[in-house]
Write a protein that binds this ligand. Structure first.
Ligand code: FES
Length: 97
């Protein structure tokens, strides 16, 4: 199990590795995107509920966008943070699921 996306209806297990945006797309779970994962729009912002330490450290593009969005310390840019294959214990959600 790579990650668990928590929605109002259910928890959805997302397998594999890659960006959170890619995992959601592969799992058929809509994560908003207006820049096709370029790290520019901020629509793919997610809240990490558990396992934040399993994600890649934010690079400058993500840090700049998080600052511009006024994001909290629990939020990450879904198209920019990487989930290593084989990750366990990661749980995240959005404001609109
Ligand atoms: S999809 Fe636009 S910032 Fe992630």
């Amino acid at each position: 199990m790579a990650a668990v996306a928590q929605t109002r209806q259910r928890d959805q297990v997302l397998e594999g590795g890659g960006t959170l945006l890619a995992l959601c797309e592969a799992g058929g779970l809509p994560l908003a995107s207006a820049c096709s994962g370029a790290g520019a729009c901020g629509r793919c912002l997610v809240t990490i509920l558990e396992g934040a330490e399993t994600l890649s450290q934010p690079e400058q593009r993500e840090l700049d966008l998080l600052l511009r969005l006024g994001a909290s310390a629990k939020e990450r840019v879904g198209c920019q943070c990487q989930v290593p294959a084989g990750t366990t214990g990661l749980r995240f959600t959005t404001s609109y699921w």
